[in-house]
Design a protein around this ligand. Structure first.
Ligand SMILES: Cc1cc2nc3c(=O)[nH]c(=O)nc-3n(C[C@H](O)[C@H](O)[C@H](O)COP(=O)(O)OP(=O)(O)OC[C@H]3O[C@@H](n4cnc5c(N)ncnc54)[C@H](O)[C@@H]3O)c2cc1C
Ligand SMILES: NC(=O)c1ccc[n+]([C@@H]2O[C@H](COP(=O)([O-])OP(=O)(O)OC[C@H]3O[C@@H](n4cnc5c(N)ncnc54)[C@H](O)[C@@H]3O)[C@@H](O)[C@H]2O)c1
Length: 453
């Protein structure tokens, strides 16, 4: 017989874990089901270990800039230091006991295994069945999407999961995919001494962002010694004697390692969505403003298709938590979704790109301000690549999108996120005082360049 509880959370990624903890702390009986590691992709294979790689790599890059600015510095990269941090500080050697304890200390119950919905309100995990009186929350996330390239499947290629577990850098690396995962890792490994080639199928790196962003990253990568191929379709992969051979058209590349970073996909098969009449044939689940996909069933995180980011998963989880607790709260809004690709320069962006704004039929004006031309950029000198691009809706006289690329592009993004989120009138932004000499003064400069300013 099914055990009656208030809430069952299926999948404990960042959003599922936080909703399960918050609902348990609020006094509800909560079962959280996880088949791998409590916390999901972000702490063990995603954001945190990769940002530790980036942090180490950026420290090396800054040290290499010393001769341009402050004398001499000798740099001897040791990836072992990063590998140890990933094991000791980030993942506890891929042990989730601390996260599991957090859930039980909050009053929740952790059930390990693979869950499936069996009908309205019911979830099965192995031979246990639960009846959720208040809510089922799905947070099942995504897995690496591996393209059907001839020969690839049988080879020992890396996804992000193997790459973050590396204890030493390969001599050479081909990175398939020029999105956030591929670019962050490509630059990090390169700065530790790996010979890196990035192959992207689309015409530009970061193809969903502003074209200026992909162009800037390609320019910086090439200046740092990485090789970038865009608009390149790979037709076959082979692995022999420790070497990968990747071919497509006239291109033939060889490297010790191959990282496949060509996107992520959800796994809806086996989740039992058909038993509650939910269409799971697409790449994401359709949600209402409170993240419901059916009566009493919510979805949060990557599976909602609103942006595969930890902050999105947590934001949606907070909305679901309040809704389940009957608290009044605004539904989900997606007009100011921020994202940061942690390359150097960091590429921060919020809201619509110029293309998206035009495709929506908005009356669009744009302006760009280059960081090297700003006072802070000029002072910064080496490593100052970047720009601020604003996308304005001239009818409403507000920003609907912005990109902030530069040494602190992700941080400069915060004021742009606020402006897009709050729909701050351009006239108000123009009367704001911008501290001198900061990178964010490029926002003021870009505002003065907007047509009609
Ligand atoms: C290399 C990399 C770097 C990233 N860097 C960043 C970054 O810097 N910033 C950022 O915001 N985002 C980053 N992301 C994205 C971020 O990791 C995800 O968006 C985030 O983890 C949120 O995912 P989620 O909440 O949908 O669930 P996930 O983290 O994917 O977790 C889902 C969990 O559900 C479990 N599960 C699935 N099905 C079942 C089932 N049937 N039963 C039980 N358990 C199940 C899985 O085992 C998993 O633990 C990165 C991702 C990667 C891969
Ligand atoms: N800093 C961050 O916030 C961060 C970091 C890493 C990942 N993430 C999230 O994780 C998700 C997955 O990241 P990702 O970089 O794998 O995916 P992505 O979708 O961002 O990029 C994948 C890239 O691979 C390309 N591609 C697809 N098939 C290809 C092929 N056969 N050959 C060459 N290129 C091919 C695509 O054109 C695309 O540019 C992202 O959507 C992102 O939201 C976020």
């Amino acid at each position: 017989m099914a055990e009656r509880v208030d809430v069952v959370v299926v999948g404990l990624g960042p959003g599922g874990e936080s909703a399960a903890g918050a609902l348990a702390r609020a006094g509800l009986s909560v079962v959280g089901v996880e088949r791998r590691l409590v916390g999901g992709e972000c702490p063990y294979y995603g954001c945190i270990p990769t940002k530790m790689m980036v942090r180490g790599a950026d420290a090396l890059a800054e040290a290499r800039r010393v001769p341009d600015l402050a004398g001499a510095a000798e740099v001897s990269p040791d990836f072992g230091a990063v590998a140890r941090r990933i094991r000791d500080e980030a993942t506890d050697d891929w042990n989730d006991q601390a996260a599991a304890d957090r859930l039980t200390e909050a009053g929740g119950r952790l059930v390990r295994g693979e869950a499936a919905i069996t009908g309205p309100g019911t979830v099965r995990v192995g031979d246990q069945e639960f009846n959720a009186a208040k809510a089922i929350i799905l947070n099942t996330g995504t897995e690496p999407a591996v393209p059907p390239i001839d020969g690839l499947a049988g080879t020992p290629f890396w996804t992000n999961r193997e790459a973050v577990a590396a204890t030493e850098t390969p001599e050479s690396l081909i990175v398939l995919g020029g999105g956030a995962i591929g670019l962050e890792m490509a630059q990090a490994f390169s700065r530790f001494g790996t010979r890196v080639t990035v192959v992207e199928a689309a015409e530009r790196l970061l193809s969903l962002e502003e074209p200026e962003s992909g162009d800037l990253v390609a320019k910086v990568f090439e200046a740092e010694g990485l090789t970038v191929h865009t608009g390149t379709a790979i037709e076959s992969v082979a692995h022999d004697g420790g070497t990968f051979t990747v071919t497509g058209g006239d291109l033939r590349l060889q490297a010790e390692r191959l990282l496949v970073a060509t996107g992520r996909r959800p796994q809806f098969a086996g989740l039992g969505l058909e038993s509650i009449g939910v269409d799971a044939s697409g790449r994401s689940l359709a949600t209402d403003e409170h993240l419901r996909i059916a009566d009493g069933v919510y979805a949060v995180g990557d599976i909602t298709g609103k942006g595969a980011f930890t902050h999105m998963s947590m934001y949606q989880a907070a909305i679901v938590t309040d809704h389940v607790l009957g608290k009044d709260r605004l539904g989900a809004e997606y007009h100011a979704v921020p994202r940061v690709t942690f390359t150097d320069p960091e590429i921060g962006a919020v809201g619509l790109t110029e293309r998206q704004a035009r495709d929506q039929g908005l009356d669009v004006a744009t302006a760009i301000s280059d960081l090297p031309a700003s006072s802070r950029g000029w002072i910064h000198k080496t490593g100052n690549d970047g720009f601020v691009k604003l996308v304005a809706d001239t009818d409403r006289a507000i920003l609907v999108g912005a990109t902030s690329a530069g040494p602190t592009g992700g941080e400069t993004l915060s004021m742009l996120t606020l402006a897009v989120h709050e729909r701050t009138p351009l006239a108000r932004l123009r009367t704001m005082i911008y501290a001198y000499p900061t990178f964010h003064r490029a926002v003021e400069d870009a505002l003065t360049r907007l047509p009609g300013a």
